[in-house]
Write a protein that binds this ligand. Structure first.
Ligand code: C2E
Ligand code: MG
Ligand code: MG
Ligand code: MG
Length: 275
């Protein structure tokens, strides 16, 4: 009977794998039409200064609502978009949409600080990326000082020299540059030292359960100290409790973002964060 069980398990296993790749294929083909079908939109999550509690910016977070498949998480579809090369078109759409939103807030006299746009590693690797960003700024009219780009440590993996050069060109335009999910990637401190960046975002996996989780508490403190030693601002992601916020403030973390302050929301629902 053990044998039988084994076979059943095996059958179940292959079935779920097939199921998984079918699901993947469905998503992949639906994603090709997503931009034209207006199935993409952005939500914005405030970033606050921990000392003043004032809004310093908003992170644009991409949403995909497919009419048949429903709402799909960017954690699921961004990797697919990268795999099939759609990330460039999608990334440009995000940048344009976020910059247009910034212009709308500017015209309405609403202060929003900076809009942060996530940039996938592959986008930065494309040789036209810096020019694409310049063009979007020119076309939308958004001043570069209102834009922030979030990149992950993976930008350093393929061609660090080119990544450093392009990030420097973007920084020279007046765009603020952040390293997202800091501590979860593979970059060495040697690369970090060379990156022309302004901010580190402590990944939410290290913010979870501080100050009660002793390992995360130690890591969060160390990242803050490291970042400050390198003259970088530190942003904590995924702040959900007052205990976390108090601890981060006491330990001189500069900014925070998380459900404690606000979930990502549609622009029309963010008035109380826009001064
Ligand atoms: P990320 O850039 O690190 O974004 C932070 C994620 O944490 C977002 O998930 C946000 O909704 C979520 N979050 C914010 N506050 C809290 C909190 O207090 N608790 C918890 N549990 N979560 C919180 P989301 O929107 O599902 O995005 C997931 C990831 O997808 C992003 O991680 C980013 O890597 C990627 N992504 C989202 N939009 C874009 C985009 O426009 N372009 C690219 N390339 N990637 C994107
Ligand atoms: Mg981000
Ligand atoms: Mg992050
Ligand atoms: Mg993250």
């Amino acid at each position: 009977c053990a044998k039988n069980d084994g076979r059943n398990n095996y059958a179940f296993y292959t079935e779920s794998l097939t199921q998984l790749s079918l699901e993947h294929l469905k998503l992949q083909s639906a994603l090709y039409g997503a931009i034209e079908q207006n199935a993409l939109y952005l939500m914005y999550q405030p970033k606050l200064d921990l000392v003043t509690r004032k809004t310093v910016g908003f992170e644009a977070l991409l949403r995909w609502h497919d009419p048949l498949l429903g709402l799909i998480s960017p954690a699921v579809f961004i990797p697919i978009a990268e795999k099939v090369g759609l990330i460039h078109d999608i990334g440009l759409w995000v940048l344009e949409t976020a910059c247009r939103q910034g212009m709308r807030w500017l015209r309405d006299g609403k202060y929003f600080g900076r809009i942060a746009v996530n940039v996938a590693g592959q986008q930065l690797q494309r040789s036209s990326f810096v020019d694409d960003v310049k063009r979007v700024l020119a076309e939308t009219g958004l001043p570069a000082k209102h834009l922030e780009l979030e990149v992950t440590e993976s930008v350093m993996m393929q061609n660090p020299e080119v990544a450093i050069r392009d990030l420097k060109r973007l920084g020279d335009l007046g765009i603020e540059l952040s390293v997202d999910d800091f501590g979860t990637g593979y970059s060495s401190l040697n690369y970090l030292k060379k990156l022309p960046i302004h901010k580190l975002k402590i990944d939410q996996s290290f913010v979870r359960d501080i100050p009660f989780d002793t390992n995360n508490t130690a890591i969060a403190k160390a990242v803050i100290a490291l970042g400050h030693a390198l003259k970088l601002d530190i942003v904590a992601e995924g702040v959900e409790t007052q205990e976390q916020a108090d601890f981060l403030l006491q330990n001189h973390c500069d900014q925070a973002q998380g459900y404690l302050f606000s979930r990502p929301q549609l622009p029309q629902d963010l008035d109380k964060f826009l001064s």
